[in-house]
Design a protein around this ligand. Structure first.
Ligand SMILES: *Cc1c(COP(=O)(O)O)cnc(C)c1O
Length: 397
């Protein structure tokens, strides 16, 4: 059994049908490159939705993982482990927050932020019991739990999965006026992506985040940024909110926090928010485990040592400029920040992704008409040039 086809057939026989992957079976990855089971090499320009900012199998993270895997991997939070404190210290020092709460998947970190915001609302803002409201944006993506899909505007994410948790209000993205109008005495938080990644790489107007932040401040509402995809260097800064000098009350991170090795997520906030949690209020069997923590430390070290945010900023600007030079009636828009770039097409993007795969480039459409280019941030300019010639060819054909 050596072919892509054979593995796909096997997988489809036993797997739930909840994904439609491109027909390629990957077996090895190194930096920005991956290989399929037939030996064909591809440039990974998806980076597992930005979980692989550090590139595939980064040697520094492999080493950390191997060393720790031989020592101890899981203690549960019933006991302390020596790595978690070191990890959280590193995270807080790097990001300038007083506290961090480690979880596993991104969705779990979003759920954690929701719980903390609500409890903060009841205990610090004195919102009436069970009346807390969180404002979210249309076209959002925050994960797949029942609570989270309940406040999605994407019908497919919700259909068949109700009933949903109450306590969320939806407003249009990119409208501070709508936020102002919708906030009331029960509002505890405003949950927003600084750039809507899954939503099609949607970039709000300049000043949007700052204005929303100020509105939140004025009304005693927590500004909660979901930086799971945009953060940790992807958008050309450590956090995309930095472009507007916004320091969210809660920042949610995941994905690249482990460099693609392991699900590691966290929320970051200051003590006056985090101190609503007491022993027993919230937890996770695997959250903050020693293996995840050492991986997290190494993943953060790579982001800093290899200046990944700066690389994303410089290479992203250059790459976007080059993409804009492609003259084709199929291109409607090229937009992005750092190395989170969306090319909006006039036709369905899936076909282009299939063609790019044949050319040795792996990307995925997002929201039907948009191809997202988000390679690992360790990519070299010559590799981007290599990609450009192929992208040009496919889009012009
Ligand atoms: C990927 C993503 C999530 C969910 O993360 P999972 O690890 O898949 O649960 C949440 N928010 C944003 C913005 C994301 O990109």
């Amino acid at each position: 059994m050596k072919t892509n086809k054979a593995y796909i057939k096997l997988t489809e026989k036993f797997s739930a049908d909840n994904y439609l992957p491109l027909p390629v079976v990957l077996t090895r990855g190194k930096g920005v490159w991956v290989w399929d089971v037939e030996g064909k090499k591809y440039l990974d320009m998806l980076s597992a939705y930005s979980a692989l900012n550090q590139g595939h199998c980064h040697p520094r993270i492999v080493k950390a993982l191997n060393n720790q895997a031989k020592k101890i991997t899981l203690t549960s939070r019933a006991f302390h482990n020596e790595q978690m404190g070191l990890f959280l210290k590193k995270l807080c020092t790097l990001t300038g927050y007083e506290k961090a709460l480690p979880m596993n998947s991104g969705a779990e970190a979003v759920e954690t932020a929701i719980k903390v915001a609500r409890k903060w609302g009841y205990y610090k803002k004195r919102v009436k019991k069970n009346h807390a409201e969180i404002i979210v944006c249309e076209n959002n993506f925050h994960g797949r739990t029942t609570t989270i899909v309940g406040f999605s505007s994407e019908s497919q994410y919700k259909n068949g999965f109700g009933p949903f948790a109450p306590g969320f209000k939806m407003i249009p993205y990119n409208s501070p006026q709508a936020l102002k109008r919708t906030i009331n005495e029960n509002t505890v938080g405003f949950l927003v992506e600084p750039i809507q990644g899954e939503g099609g790489v949607i970039i709000p107007d300049k000043g949007y985040l700052k204005e929303c932040y100020n509105i939140c401040k004025k009304n005693k509402v927590l500004f909660i940024a979901d930086e799971i995809q945009t953060g940790l260097g992807r958008a050309g800064r450590l956090f995309a909110c930095e472009y507007e000098n916004v320091r969210p009350d809660i920042t949610i991170i995941g994905k690249a926090l482990s460099g693609g090795f392991y699900p590691v997520s966290a929320i970051l906030c200051d003590d006056h928010v985090m101190d609503v949690l007491h022993p027993g209020d919230h937890g996770s069997t695997f959250g903050g485990n020693p293996l995840a923590s050492t991986i997290g430390i190494a993943a953060l070290e790579v982001i800093v040592k290899e200046k990944l945010a700066q690389r994303a900023y410089e290479l992203g600007n250059w790459f976007m400029k080059e993409l804009r030079k492609i003259k084709s009636p199929s291109i409607k828009d090229v937009r992005g920040k750092g190395l989170l770039i969306g090319v909006e097409l006039t036709k369905k993007a899936r076909k282009y992704c299939e063609q790019l795969m044949k050319q040795g480039i792996l990307v995925k459409e997002t929201h039907e008409m948009v191809v997202r280019f988000a390679p690992p941030l360790v990519i070299q300019k010559r590799e981007l040039k290599w990609a450009l010639t192929r992208i040009k060819k496919v889009i012009s054909s």
